[in-house]
Ligand binder design. Structure first.
Ligand code: BGC
Length: 736
């Protein structure tokens, strides 16, 4: 029997034939975990749930081994864009860039590549992906680590990333749970979020993460409705473990735990890093104090067993009990000592750097470049930091081109292909003369621009985690302007060059009105936060070897106040409720500068033949709890298709987006909500079919009174568009 399978195996890709990593079964994992936990004493179990202390292991987080059950001390490492504090790793594009591609396959491939690096290094847990912050505040310092303020887009990206990481054998960690929407006062402020808003916005992508069987979740620094997130029984035990059926374990953000007994009894499963960075033994909340609390009955031993079971079950679930590589690197010695795990991951890094680029403006088809005779390159954002791409610890500076933000959400660049590097390579092929001014000196920039037929001005805006302040920005951005005179630099160039193209690397939205007021700014390329392959990805688009196909994963407003949300100094009562980003602009009738989902192409597309087939019935969900929530919440209840045709002259990809408007029987709701997207790569003249499988979840609202998802009765509008405001087809779906 075995032999007869070989010819078939020969036909399938090697990766499928390899011993399966990940994709286990929770019931099998729990059977092993509870048998193992039964063999352990209280001290051993506490060792599994308590970090060994900051910088006391070789990783950013470590717990103790349990040799009697073959459990090695696991290694936990940042970050959401690659393994931090290691050498020989890929610096992937940030989450926000992955989301800008709207390409499920690329997002999944990025996750897989990260998982392979995690496994290759013997890291057990990668501390990512991020959907908290979701991004309700445009200035939020860590938004770029995550995906999008739209919960559907963020949820799909969480799912694909987790499937990738865990499919390759790593454990993923969905963070930061929940309401971590700003860096300012993150350790003291309370995110006061209404139940419906929690479910329909901030919890939504975490639910998709749980549905994807994420192994761990990190509770955040902030309070939620007055109680610290890592001490919060409602959010941890009732919502995440109860309602969403989360099977993995909850770890604290680093030093986000504030008590011994309450955190344990509220649902925290792992204390990280185990101390408060001080190394003072009495500052350790768990460890010996948890042993004593279990022995004196303040924490039931069943709770401790459950913590250990959850941690071990996750380890079994992804298959790390079998032949998992040993970690040999030392995070605290420049990450040296491990193997090089980059493999060919620069391929997916480049594809995302390229396909996440959003073309915002392209007057008279100034792009792609057609071998210009001369080209001025202006701005420090065009070059690598002269001191090297890793010169600033945790990228805590904005010198040179911006390819990641700062803080724990970073890793070491193995190399950085700057925009200038890649443009120079093409220029020598095209015989283009480059005139350089690679600083933000306004008059030097103008002088360079005068001497060339066209000018590319590079500007940026950075942000990061609040333990670092860069140029006066304490994590969150001070404003929505480009850094270091970016607007003035553009004005100086545009004053002397009729073909000025602005390339922007930014962690999030900028106000572009000043830039747009220069009539000589004929092109704007929104190049995002692209990682190590930034220059190559950009050159692919500038020179037209690939048509741009990214779409904005957030709204670009005309003025900051148009967002209707902002960082607050004290507690945040979330008065805007469901209305963040485009939901707010649509509801309030505010015209954005560039709307959510917007992005130009070098070709054009037409849309036709909308078809909606639905089997949805009204009423609440009723399935038993499975990972992600009630089991029927994720079943497909409608299938929508539409035809998209490439009507232009070059190959390109269109992201056909599906938005719904709930029927009038539903409570107050946003006019449009993204509930599907399909990216189609099409040759000139080619037609493709965009297909959307709507889950019950996608047609539901959260009913606070019954504490259930409910599909409302009546007629849903179904919109298919090239953006949230460029709707091409309208249909409907009626639910009885
Ligand atoms: C961050 C987490 C990170 C942890 C470990 C914290 O400051 O909020 O995202 O995983 O540090 O570095």
């Amino acid at each position: 029997m075995q032999l007869s399978l070989f010819p078939i195996l020969g036909l399938i890709p090697l990766s499928l034939a390899a011993p399966s990593a990940g994709a286990g079964s929770w019931s099998a994992a729990y059977a092993k975990a509870s048998a193992a936990v039964a063999k352990l004493n209280i001290t051993e179990k506490v060792g599994i749930v308590t970090g060994v202390g900051w910088q006391k292991g070789n990783c950013v987080g470590n717990t103790s081994p349990a040799p009697s059950i073959g459990y090695r001390a696991p290694c936990l490492m940042d970050s959401p864009l690659g393994v931090r504090y290691a050498q020989g790793v890929t610096a992937f594009p940030a989450g926000i860039q992955a989301a800008s591609t709207w390409d499920r396959t690329l997002i999944n491939e990025r996750g897989t590549a990260m998982g392979q690096e995690v496994r290759g290094l013997g890291v057990n847990v990668l501390l990512g992906p991020v959907c908290g912050p979701l991004g309700k505040n445009a200035r939020g310092g860590r938004n770029w680590e995550g995906f999008s303020p739209d919960p559907y887009l963020a949820g799909i990206a969480m799912q694909e990333t987790i499937n990738g990481i865990q499919g390759a054998g790593g454990q993923a960690c969905a963070k930061h749970y929940i309401g971590n929407e700003q860096e300012l006062n993150r350790g003291s402020m309370s995110a006061n979020i209404g139940d419906r808003t929690l479910h329909e916005l901030y919890l939504w992508p975490f639910a998709d993460a749980v549905k994807a069987n994420v192994a761990s979740v990190m509770c955040s620094y902030n309070k939620v409705n007055g109680t610290y997130s890592c001490e919060n029984k409602h959010t941890m035990t009732e919502v995440l473990k109860g309602e969403l059926g989360f099977k993995g374990y909850i770890m604290s953000d680093w030093n986000a735990q504030t008590t011994t007994i309450n955190s344990a009894n509220s649902g925290l499963d792992m204390s990280m890093p185990g101390d408060d960075y001080s190394g003072i033994p009495s500052h350790i909340y768990w460890g010996p104090k948890l042993v004593a609390s279990v022995e004196n009955g303040s924490v039931p031993e069943s709770r401790l067993n459950n913590m250990a079971e959850r941690i071990l079950a996750s380890w079994y679930y992804v298959g790390q009990d079998k032949n998992y590589p040993l970690d040999t690197f030392d995070a605290w010695n420049n990450g040296t000592g491990g193997p090089d795990v980059q493999d060919d991951h620069k391929v997916v890094a480049r594809a995302i750097a390229r396909d996440g680029i959003v073309l915002l403006k392209n007057d008279d088809k100034v792009l792609p470049l057609h071998k210009p005779k001369s080209l001025a390159i202006v701005g420090y954002d065009a070059i690598t930091n002269p001191d090297g791409p890793n010169a600033c610890t945790d990228r805590n500076c904005d010198n040179g081109t911006l390819a990641m933000g700062w803080g724990s959400g970073t890793d070491q660049f193995p190399y950085l292909v700057s925009p200038l590097d890649a443009i120079q390579a093409q220029a020598s092929k095209d015989n283009t003369k480059l005139v350089l001014s690679t600083s933000n000196d306004v008059s030097a920039g103008g002088n360079a621009a005068k001497q060339a037929d066209m000018a590319l001005v590079f500007i940026n805006a950075d942000s990061g985690e609040g333990y670092i302040t860069v140029e006066g920005n304490a994590g969150d951005r001070n404003d929505l302007n480009p850094w270091n005179n970016g607007n003035e630099l553009v004005a100086a160039v545009a004053a002397v060059n009729k073909k000025t193209i602005v390339v922007i690397h930014s962690v999030g939205p900028l106000i572009l009105e000043s830039i747009l007021s220069n009539k000589n700014v004929v092109g704007i390329v929104w190049a995002g936060i692209p990682g190590q392959e930034t220059g190559n990805g950009l050159a692919d688009v500038l020179h037209g070897s690939t048509s741009p196909s990214g779409k904005l994963p957030y709204t670009i407003a005309k003025q900051p106040s148009d967002y209707g949300t902002d960082i607050v100094p004290g507690d945040d009562n979330y008065p805007e409720g469901l209305y963040i980003d485009y939901r707010h602009f649509d509801k309030a009738g505010i015209t954005p500068r560039y709307e959510f989902g917007f992005g130009l192409s070098y070709t054009s597309f037409s849309f036709s033949r909308l078809s909606v087939r639905s089997s949805a019935t009204s009423g609440p969900t009723h399935g038993s709890t499975a990972p992600g929530g009630p089991s029927d919440l994720y079943s497909t209840v409608a299938t929508v298709t539409a035809q998209v045709k490439n009507t232009g002259k070059v190959t390109g990809a269109e992201v056909a987006q599906l938005y719904i408007d709930l029927p009038s029987s539903a409570p107050d709701h946003p006019p449009k909500q993204l509930r599907g997207f399909d990216k189609l790569q099409l040759r000139p003249g080619q037609t493709g079919t965009a297909t959307y499988e709507l889950r019950k979840k996608d047609l539901s609202y959260w009913d606070v009174a019954s504490q259930k998802w409910v599909v409302p009765k009546g007629t849903f509008k179904v919109y298919i568009g090239a953006s949230s405001r460029n709707i091409k087809l309208t249909g409907s779906l009626t639910v009885h």
